[in-house]
Design a protein around this ligand. Structure first.
Ligand code: ATP
Ligand code: ZN
Ligand code: ZN
Length: 606
């Protein structure tokens, strides 16, 4: 059943957060006279305010500001409202208040938005230019449910040509319990942050020498990628997909056909101009682009062979590398990068096959997620918006096909008994799509993957198959990427598992720890045995104490440590220590090898 998405709004909490911004500005101006004010809004988890401070303030001073804020709350000051005509308002802002940034904004409100009056709120001796709403009295603010937590630089109005201000952030909630819970979740998220763990566990590196958003995968990260690709290969092979491989760079014309140019050009790296190409052909110079998506290439694969209706559904899959020129400011660790490799596939179907295949893809998504133990997600069905005045620029103008494909996708979801949210107006330009929205450990929602229906692009590429009646017909295309990109998916998995991957996925699966050099030979024998079985195994030959070696294994979050000494060698056993489990267990070597290979093969989470 669909649910229309709407954001719950806690009006009271919004007032508290907004009022706290005022109270913080008031406290800061009391503690640091001469402070000038920028903007101070309520935000998702609290509030902030931007200041030009008369001196450098560091986070060691936040507790003093908080204390002053609590004094103001305890003083039970009433918020009073007043509208002043523009001239009087400017006189107040520039005179009594002495706030140049507020004056600039007041003038802008007058000139650009036609405000004839400016609204002010006052509490205690403090006056701010503001439209509200606030609590009625500072004593309505729960004094123990807020906390100042960060200082950052921010340009006035976000423009780097403007003055640099100091932004102070606070968390604010209705109750202390909610605040504590939130702070604990943020703390936990920091420990699990893939940028922190990615470095500590040596999974990836981003180097200035290479460029922004272009991660290097270190051996540990490459091992994880390998496992994901192996998993995709097995799942897709069994589901009847066929592997293809396509180049990274491509002539401009293909992206004109696909519609990327001009619609998406600013999301692409600028072209390489190959003069020689043009010269050799006697034509003009030729531009090549890094591909931002694999779809056009898979369409060209389809176009390179003749197809009959009997060949459909035809499923092309490729872990395809694409490059997108994401804004520098939007880049974030591995979750938003510029060079990425996508778990991509394009499925060509007849109209009759569409619904069933769409369902098969949904089920494939679910199989992947249950295998990883991911349950914290929901589906969002994005539809077009025929009422959108800009609909011509946003969507392919083909109401009939929109109606048909939206009906089929909706039926597909309903028949499966899926719970999903509706998101009108968020469709791709070529058709409706189902996004898989995941909730991270901090409670942030983001898109991990999509399943999209495309009725519009295959005809642009002139794709066709010969139908039963001998006529050439255009197939529909399903775009899907259950595991998204390696980059975003692995970032998510790092945080999901807190870096402690299940054995099948762990970069190093087993570390063998001989209790002394005397047992190195036995250790080597086990190492050779496991490596032969394709287990990612290491033998710890360092001179550290056994305790240190075990600790090192735990720090690296290696799922299995094998301790071997005299008793083990004589009895041909191993002592098994699993990550996060105190007890260790002795097992016959052969039995361990068998158990491990089953655990990995079945991708069991122990
Ligand atoms: P977004 O809205 O996040 O930019 P998109 O809608 O452009 O993504 P698609 O073209 O549908 O994404 O790509 C499929 C998947 O690729 C996404 O669901 C996401 O998991 C992943 N992805 C997209 N852009 C990036 C990126 N810049 N870095 C890492 N992964 C990405
Ligand atoms: Zn206000
Ligand atoms: Zn595609």
């Amino acid at each position: 059943m669909p649910v229309i998405e709407e954001k719950p709004q806690d009006e009271k909490l919004f007032r508290i957060r907004h009022s706290l911004a005022h109270v913080m500005a008031q406290a800061v101006q009391t503690l640091y006279p001469g402070t000038k004010l920028g903007f101070g809004p309520a935000i998702d988890d609290g509030f902030y305010y931007d200041f030009i401070l008369p001196k450098t303030v560091s986070d060691t001073e936040l507790p003093a500001i908080e204390a002053k804020m609590r004094d103001i709350i305890a003083a039970a000051q009433t918020f009073s409202h007043e509208d002043l005509p523009l001239d009087a308002a400017l006189a107040r802002i520039e005179g009594q208040m002495g706030e140049p940034f507020k004056a600039e904004y007041a003038r802008e409100l007058a000139n650009k938005k036609g405000h004839r009056e400016i609204s002010f709120y006052a509490n205690g001796g403090f006056v701010d230019m503001c439209e509200g709403p606030h609590v009625s009295n500072t004593s309505d603010i729960p004094a123990d449910a807020f906390k100042l937590h960060a200082l950052a630089g921010a340009y006035w109005r976000g423009d780097e040509r403007n003055a640099m201000m100091t932004r102070i952030y606070g968390y604010a909630f209705n109750t202390k319990a909610e605040l504590d819970e939130y702070v604990a979740a943020v703390e936990q998220a920091k420990q699990r942050d893939h940028r922190k763990l990615g470095q500590e566990l040596r999974i990836y590196a981003i180097r200035d020498e290479i460029g922004k958003g272009l991660p290097l995968w270190l051996p540990n990260g490459a091992a994880i990628r390998h496992e994901l690709e192996k998993l995709a290969h097995e799942m897709e092979f069994r589901a009847g997909y066929k592997k293809v491989a396509t180049p990274h760079i491509t002539r401009r014309g293909l992206f004109e056909t696909s519609g990327h140019i001009p619609l998406y050009e600013d999301g692409m790296y600028p072209p390489m101009v190959l003069e020689e190409e043009g010269r050799g052909a006697g034509g003009p110079e030729e531009s090549y682009y890094l591909k931002p998506m694999n779809c056009p290439h898979h369409h060209m694969v389809f176009a390179s062979e003749k197809h009959s209706y009997r060949d459909l559904p035809l499923r092309y899959t490729e872990y395809g590398s694409v490059y997108r020129f994401e804004r520098a400011g939007a880049l974030q660790g591995l979750t938003r990068v510029r060079g990425m490799t996508m778990n991509d596939a394009h499925i060509y179907v007849t109209p009759e096959q569409l619904k069933e295949e769409f369902q098969a893809v949904m089920k494939l998504h679910e199989r992947y997620y249950s295998l990883f133990g991911l349950t914290n997600y929901f589906m969002r069905l994005s539809l077009w918006d025929p009422a959108d005045p800009k609909r011509g620029a946003k969507y392919v103008d083909d109401p009939e096909n929109w109606a048909l494909s939206e009906r089929l996708v909706t039926e597909a979801l309903e028949e499966m008994g899926a719970n999903y949210k509706l998101s009108p107006g968020e469709a791709a330009f070529y058709g409706p799509k189902v996004d898989f929205q995941f909730i991270t450990v901090t409670g942030r929602e983001f898109t991990l993957s999509t399943n999209q229906l495309d009725f519009a692009v295959p005809p642009r590429f002139g794709l066709s198959y010969t139908d039963k009646d001998g006529k050439e017909k255009t197939p529909y295309c399903i775009h899907r990427a259950p595991m998204g990109t390696h980059e975003r998916f692995i970032a998510f998995l790092i945080e999901h598992f807190g870096g402690a991957f299940p054995t099948w996925l762990a970069p190093v699966q087993v570390v063998i720890i001989p209790v002394s050099d005397k047992f190195l030979a036995y250790g080597k024998k086990i190492e050779a045995l496991l490596r032969e079985d394709l287990v990612r195994v290491e033998l710890d030959t360092s001179s550290a104490t056994m305790g240190k070696k075990i600790q090192e294994g735990a720090t690296r979050k290696v799922p299995i440590l094998l301790v071997v000494g005299g008793k083990e060698e004589t009895e041909q056993t191993v002592t098994v220590r699993r990550y996060g489990i105190k007890e260790q267990k002795a097992m016959p070597l052969a039995g361990f090898v068998e158990m491990l290979s089953q655990e990995i093969k079945e991708r069991r989470h122990v």
